[in-house]
Design a protein around this ligand. Structure first.
Ligand SMILES: [Zn+2]
Length: 216
């Protein structure tokens, strides 16, 4: 069962379309996997719509409002949504259906370093960088903390760190207050958003820099 969810604040900003693109993709992908957050977002969106219409009603004369609706409803453009065919990704001899929000984004090829490999989303979102990150069976990321934040959405497989173990759908937001060394026994695929380099606490940072560069 999913234990880690976006905060109420993040869900509210998402429902208002106020998040940067990478974070919006992350929340959108989480709510594809989490019934609980999906229904929260639906309520927030309908509350937003109510507020908007109340404001509109206050601003527009009743006659204008009726004619506005008449115009909208008289349109002959019928929107027939195309059936969505889920996109899958083959990794580590497994096949996983990617959340729609991620599947639709352009990505670079996977770049590998030991048991880690990363495919970056081709999205210009300032300092925020989003990637698909795989860790092979028995792999780990050396002990580190974060100079900014690190958001991990587990998409497939499992991993654990000092705080516990995670299942697909878990939305894990960490920052400079957290130190951890995530490790997986059977391998995993994650979606990550980071806004700054990792800071490795142990070992020779020079040797670990390539890993940091791979993740950020
Ligand atoms: Zn959730």
């Amino acid at each position: 069962m999913i234990k880690y969810h976006p905060t109420e604040e993040l869900l509210t900003q998402f429902s208002q379309g106020a998040l940067p693109a990478t974070l919006s993709i992350a929340v959108s992908a989480h709510i594809e996997l989490c019934d609980c957050c999906r229904s929260k977002v639906e309520s927030l969106e309908s509350a937003n719509a109510d507020t908007l219409f109340t404001t509109l009603e206050d601003d527009i004369e009743q006659d204008d409002f009726s004619s506005l609706f008449a115009q909208i409803t008289s349109s002959d453009d019928i929107d027939i949504p195309k059936a969505y065919v889920p996109k899958t990704l083959e990794y580590q001899n497994r096949t996983v259906a990617l959340p729609r929000a991620i599947a639709n984004m352009k990505r670079g090829n996977f770049v590998q370093l030991g048991k880690l490999s990363r495919s970056r989303l081709q999205l210009d979102d300032g300092e925020l960088r989003a990637s698909l990150l795989q860790i092979g069976a028995g792999g780990e990321i050396p002990h580190h903390t974060h100079t900014g934040f690190e958001l991990t959405l587990l998409l497939d497989g499992e991993f654990s760190d000092e705080r516990g173990s995670y299942v697909p759908g878990d939305f894990i937001w960490l920052d400079g207050r957290h130190h951890h060394s995530p490790a997986t026994q059977s391998g995993c695929l994650c979606f990550t958003v980071v806004n700054s380099a990792l800071h490795f606490n142990k070992g020779l940072s020079k040797l670990l820099n390539p890993i940091g560069n791979l993740i950020y």
